[in-house]
Ligand binder design. Structure first.
Ligand SMILES: [Ca+2]
Ligand SMILES: [Ca+2]
Ligand SMILES: [Zn+2]
Length: 419
């Protein structure tokens, strides 16, 4: 049964931007930039559900999009057909020129990656060979306004086409903002009042996040939820799903240290640097001595200390752990009665921490040429002999380099025999 029902926004034709004098070029309006996609009835075939990643083809290279027969609704990325061509522009077909600004293209992709990073969206710049995908056309072609998209409540339509045009006239930041905004409509978001929200009804680069915000009373005639406010991130999680990731953390996918990081998590040695639907480990952050104390304490399950060893750890979150490390003979601090918990851990310090913490046996040979005579030479050799490090290449250990959290994860996981 076909029961397509749509509402077309009142006054959508020619109402996009009132006046465009020189100064106002910096903030064109998105007013009237949606047509409402059918959200009930015969759309089952368009709905792939949350099982599949929403693919978005960002088309910078130009395309001819044709209208649909007047009585039907379509938003068919693979077929280059859209109701918007007839209903919004009143034409049979439009040939969209490429977006010629190369650095602008890069900027748009960056903004899209950032805006939709938390969600299960895959952005590509060449046309997928098959499967469902939404197409975002970014073009230099002139049309009044800046963009238009279907407002697709619930993101039932997986093959929408959204448009951003006259891109060459505006700054890459503005075009990037419009790109996120129009895709936001195709994923079920309407206009809101908050200026920092991507769905604010005026285009500008200061709109750079999705928020929970009141609907814009005047500029959000089309909207997808009851009530006075729109929960942008909540709706996107519902309509797109959270981004998929491997293991326990989202920000270490593909890292050579990922297995070590996940092993540390499973052993209760780290819980990462932030939680939520996309837990993070912050793999590229440098490790500080305070964090090192906490990691080692958890890894070794040290006994409580009987005294206070340092004056500069009093009241810090790593006070107990630094004392335990000192009591176990793993550290004597950085200076007399000082632990220097905010200092970044060097590879030299890491060698000494680990060789003491795991009581590594003396090495039978010299592994590195750049450690000869250094205070950590013996410790670095013990680490190499135990298979915990092979150095930084070419018989070098690079003792002065800082240790990142992901590197530390590999050091620790190997020392503990977890990987
Ligand atoms: Ca959609
Ligand atoms: Ca991961
Ligand atoms: Zn809009």
């Amino acid at each position: 049964m076909k029961r397509l029902r749509w509402l077309v926004l009142l006054g959508l034709i020619g109402s996009v931007v009132g006046c465009l004098e020189q100064e106002e070029l910096s903030a064109p309006s998105f007013e009237g930039d949606t047509i409402l996609a059918p959200s009930e009835g015969d759309v089952a075939e368009q709905h792939q559900g949350l099982q599949q990643t929403q693919v978005v083809y960002v088309n910078f290279t130009g395309v001819t999009v044709t209208a649909c027969p007047t009585e039907s609704y379509c938003s068919d990325a693979a077929g280059n057909r859209s109701t918007i061509i007839s209903r919004f522009f009143g034409e049979d077909s439009i040939t969209w020129a490429p977006y010629s600004n190369q650095s602008g293209r890069t900027r748009v992709m960056q903004e899209l990656e950032e805006a939709f990073g938390p969600f299960d969206v895959e952005l590509v710049t060449s046309r997928p060979a098959g499967g469902d995908y939404t197409m975002l056309v970014v073009s230099d072609t002139y049309r009044e306004g800046l963009g238009v998209a279907p407002l697709d409540c619930g993101n039932r339509w997986k093959n929408d086409i959204a448009f951003v045009y006259r891109a060459g006239e505006f700054s890459p930041e503005m075009v990037a903002n419009a790109a996120v905004h129009e895709l936001g409509h195709a994923f079920g978001l309407a206009h809101v009042e908050r200026k920092s929200d991507y769905m604010y009804y005026l285009a500008d680069s200061f709109s750079n996040r999705f928020t929970r915000s009141r609907y814009d009373g005047e500029h959000a005639q089309n909207r997808c939820t009851e009530g006075v406010e729109q929960d942008g991130p909540g709706l996107l999680f519902e309509n797109l799903g959270p981004r998929r990731f491997n293991g326990h953390f989202a920000d270490d996918d593909g890292s050579v240290h990922e297995a070590a990081i996940d092993a540390l998590y499973e052993a209760g040695i780290t819980s990462g640097c932030s939680g939520g639907p996309l837990p993070k480990f912050c793999p590229r952050d440098n490790v500080r001595r305070g964090q090192m104390a906490v990691f080692l304490d958890r890894a070794l399950e040290l006994e409580p200390a009987t005294q206070q060893y340092f004056d500069d750890t009093l009241g810090t979150w790593y006070q107990d752990q630094a004392n335990r490390l000192a009591e176990a003979g793993i550290t004597s601090g950085c200076r007399h009665r000082e632990y220097c918990g905010n200092d970044e851990v060097t590879r030299a310090q890491m060698a000494v921490f680990l060789s003491r913490a795991f009581d590594l046996p003396p090495a039978t040979q010299n592994y590195f040429d750049d450690t000869n005579g250094a205070w950590y030479e013996d410790a670095a050799n013990r680490l190499a002999e135990a298979g915990i490090t092979s150095g930084c290449g070419q018989r070098r250990y690079c003792g002065q380099d800082r240790v990142t959290r992901e590197q530390m994860a590999s050091f620790l996981a190997r020392a503990l025999g977890l990987i």
